[in-house]
Design a protein around this ligand. Structure first.
Ligand code: ZN
Length: 411
């Protein structure tokens, strides 16, 4: 995708004084003459910013404005050590709400809606982003936060909630409760705004129908405002990204080179308007691809696909990049195959071998056909030849936790 003229101008302006405003970028771009950066190609030669850099800047080393101009901070979870602190100016807070309001509008939410917000409030960017966008739109916000299912369902019923904002796992939990209590008829839900994460199409449709909603996938990360920098539309064919606030690239996570449109790679984001903590070429480690072409909804905002995984999930075999979501996608198109599978990668007699075990309800005599279908579909999607092993349902181990499905036995 080409950088548009508007983005090019803003980026040129941003780079002009970033070193004076931000000690963080003064260090990062030390020795680089940023006044020479004027084309997309020049820009693509600038070094990336990674989460580790942000951690090193703790607590407020990322700030590109005087301390008095910071009106709020957010922080991403510190499970891996030092947290990342992101300072926001008044305009950043406003810009985020503007983007979030757009998200609601894209999902067809109006000022007549009652919006139940179940993501968490606090240092984390989730709840408050949903809240600010909702108030800016003029809808009625129910700032619930997560948990306390009894109270959630009571408010949902009594306040006449029409829009549910949730993670996909919490939406699933609520859907199950609503079903088991048999209270669907007393609810008025019509839309679900759900954090973008990969979940099977089948399960997703089930939850949507249990709740009686249409789902919209919202995307974002704390380092770049928070949720709300993009959302899917009625056509559910990708996430429209607000490219007047952010510039995004898709790169090969190993080489760092930009990949052609349509190819899966790592999403890299540059903020165009952020004052408190502008980020330049920030590596999200989220895997996705640019969806080429125009969306039938008529929106001019470019699309990325639903996030298909993290760069850490990616595995290189015979020169090809593979990731778990690709197997999910292929299996979803094979009639009679369940969503349970395991992939074994071995190094035998000097070459890599990929064996795919997958469960099926098809009796033994029909499995050869299924295996052939799997091999040809994987070959065309991932350009790799695998050894197929169709097995009966229940054959593969189940686990409560997020199951690891790819086993790399080469090292
Ligand atoms: Zn669209």
């Amino acid at each position: 995708m080409r950088m548009n003229e508007y983005q090019r101008e803003i980026i040129t302006r941003l780079l002009r004084d970033i070193k004076e405003r931000s000690p963080f970028y003064a260090r990062k771009f030390d020795g680089i003459d940023l006044t020479q950066v004027s084309t997309q190609e020049d820009f693509e030669r600038l070094p990336f910013t990674d989460k580790a850099d942000l951690r090193e800047a703790y607590p407020l080393g990322l700030a590109a404005v005087p301390r008095k101009d910071i009106v709020r901070i957010h922080s991403s979870s510190g499970t891996t050590g030092t947290p990342v602190v992101i300072p926001y100016t008044a305009r950043d807070v406003e810009d985020w709400a503007v983007m979030f309001e757009r998200c609601y509008r894209m999902a067809g939410v109006t000022e007549d809606d009652v919006v139940q917000i179940t993501p968490g409030y606090g240092l984390w960017t989730a709840g408050i982003g949903f809240q600010a966008g909702c108030e800016r739109l003029g809808a009625m916000a129910l700032p619930m936060g997560p948990g306390n299912t009894d109270k959630q369902l009571r408010m949902m019923e009594d306040m006449g909630t029409t829009v549910l904002c949730a993670t996909s796992s919490y939406a699933l939990l609520l859907a199950e409760e609503i079903k088991s209590r048999g209270i669907k008829d007393r609810l008025h839900l019509r839309k679900g705004v759900i954090g973008s994460e990969r979940w099977g199409e089948k399960m997703r449709n089930e939850i949507a129908s249990d709740l009686g909603v249409e789902f919209y996938d919202i995307y974002g990360l704390t380092e770049i405002y928070g949720p709300g920098i993009g959302i899917s539309c009625d056509y559910r064919n990708g996430i429209h990204m607000w490219d007047d606030y952010i510039y995004f690239e898709i790169i090969d996570p190993q080489s760092g080179e930009t990949v052609p449109d349509g190819t899966v790679g790592e999403l890299v984001i540059t903020t165009l308007r952020k004052e408190g903590a502008p980020l330049i070429r920030y590596r999200t480690h989220d895997l996705t691809r640019i969806v080429p072409g125009e969306c039938p909804c008529g929106s001019r905002f470019p699309r990325i696909d639903i996030i298909v995984g993290r760069t850490d999930d990616m595995i290189k075999v015979k020169g090809c990049n593979m990731f778990p979501a690709q197997f999910d996608e292929v299996l979803a198109t094979i009639e009679g195959a369940s969503s349970e599978y395991q992939v074994m990668i071995d190094h035998l007699m000097g070459r890599d071998e990929v064996t795919v075990y997958f469960e099926t309800i098809v009796p033994e005599e029909g499995r050869i056909e299924l295996e052939r279908e799997l091999v040809s579909k994987i070959k065309s999607k991932m350009n790799i030849t695998v050894i197929p092993r169709a097995v009966p349902v229940g054959y593969l181990p189940r686990s409560e936790k997020k199951t690891n499905r790819i086993f790399d036995n080469r090292y």
